[in-house]
Design a protein around this ligand. Structure first.
Ligand code: UDP
Length: 409
């Protein structure tokens, strides 16, 4: 596995670690349990990180030097990809390992994956998690660089298989990147059903000192997550005396968190909105179980693990109707979908779910059952079957080491 810019062992919910890191961690563990040996290569971002860390049977993280051993901005990692690639080559030669499949995550790793696959003559499975063109389309201000989009196009051309987490992502890859339909396998993300399960709501609320109508937001604090729209929606619902919003994710040093705190204050929401910062996965079931509703107001979401985790805890979800979210959240079945990204429409849907007690009860009853098919074990089996389908079928020309070293991202 290649996860250059974020370690699967990083703290989830902060700038550099979210759904993708959780995905790699959980999938690798499940693969390892099933006898598939997984090495996850990532960039060293702290001088104290040991070279090799085991995180489950047959699963290890390998920290490679590439650029400063300190956190750096995601896009700056691009400059250090050749160094990463050379150090990965050196590691493999030093330990004498042969890998059967390269599975890359995100465009930065996909660049490395394309080159290594040609060098080693093994298949490259690429997973984007988010796509630059879709992100730019969803946000008012263009965030993603032309370099990212160009590299994504190259990965689409070079990878032996692309994993899309939903049919929506498959369509987007075909429409926006010219990917071949048959080259894309749709394998959804998974959820840990033993961790994420319904807890007694009263007990969960007592632990968190919450009561009344509790809305929950969980995620990295990134413009694409649409927290500002939710804050505006909560401001419109101010007349409800018992309504509060709990925001989980982010750290105080992040500019985007500071911006949202200011917005909440300017909207007069002090005492209504509680910013809790990043919370470890193990504690999240308490938050999901305590909430009346979980709200996912993202502008774009390739899948939406948070929605799935909330549902696994029996909590209905109000989500924007974007990206892969409608795959998980089905309108009036386990939650409500919000068709337009406007605070008024969010406020109206939230009020509907809060006022219609019969509807809410029905949504709660169906929530957990609706995600049982996403158990990590099932997802890992599908991934293994896909790897087996690929191995032995790929005939790349090997690149020379000189070509590799000279490769510029
Ligand atoms: N998460 C967490 N603690 C936090 C915030 C988020 O463990 O404080 C986890 C959350 O449980 C989920 C992941 O981070 O598994 C976020 O995944 P999602 O797909 O919703 O968003 P992404 O980060 O991939 O955009």
């Amino acid at each position: 596995m290649l996860s250059v810019h974020g370690s699967p062992l990083g703290q989830l919910g902060t700038d550099s670690a979210g759904g993708m890191q959780l995905y790699i961690r959980a999938l690798s563990r499940e693969l390892g349990r099933r006898g598939t040996v997984v090495d996850v290569f990532t960039r060293r971002s702290d001088p104290c990180q040991p070279k090799v860390v085991s995180f489950g049977p047959n699963a290890r993280v390998i920290h490679l030097d590439a650029g400063p051993a300190a956190p750096i901005e995601k896009n700056a990692v691009l400059n250090f990809l050749p160094e990463f690639l050379c150090n990965l080559q050196r590691f493999r030669q030093a330990v004498g390992l042969e890998y059967d499949v390269i599975h890359s995550h995100y465009w930065l790793s996909g660049w490395v994956g394309n080159l290594l696959a040609r060098r080693w003559g093994v298949p490259h499975v690429a997973m984007f998690h988010t796509l630059g063109r879709l992100k730019n389309q969803a946000l008012a201000e263009k965030e993603e660089s032309d370099a990212r989009i160009e590299i994504e196009e190259r990965i689409v051309d070079g990878a032996d298989r692309i994993i899309a987490s939903s049919e929506h992502e498959r369509l987007a890859l075909v429409d926006h990147y010219g990917a071949r339909w048959e080259n894309i396998a749709v394998i959804p993300c998974g959820v840990d059903l033993s961790l994420f399960r319904p807890l007694d709501q009263a007990a969960a609320r007592a632990m968190l000192e919450l009561d009344g109508e509790v809305l929950l937001f969980v995620g990295r604090i990134d413009p694409v997550k649409g927290l500002d729209v939710l804050l505006q929606a909560v401001a419109l619902l101010r007349t409800r005396p018992n309504l509060t919003l709990v925001v989980v994710g982010g750290s105080d040093t992040e500019r985007e968190l500071q911006r949202n705190r200011r917005l909440a204050h300017d909207l007069g929401l002090d005492g209504r909105v509680f910013f809790k910062g990043a919370v470890p996965q193990e504690k999240l079931p308490i938050y999901y179980s305590a909430a009346t509703l979980c709200v996912v107001p993202s502008y774009y979401e390739s899948f939406g693990l948070v929605a799935m985790e909330a549902l696994a805890c029996g909590t209905p979800v109000i989500a924007s109707e974007v990206g892969g979210l409608p795959t998980v959240v089905r309108d009036r079945e386990n939650g409500l979908l919000v068709p337009r990204h406007q605070p008024e429409v969010f406020a109206q849907r939230i009020a509907q779910a809060l006022d219609d007690v019969a509807l809410r009860r029905a949504l709660r009853l169906r929530a957990r059952a609706s995600v049982l098919c996403y158990d990590w074990g099932i997802i890992a089996e599908r991934m293994i079957a896909m790897y087996h389908g690929l191995t032995g079928t790929c005939g790349h020309d090997a690149l020379s080491v000189v070509e590799l070293a000279a490769a510029e991202p």
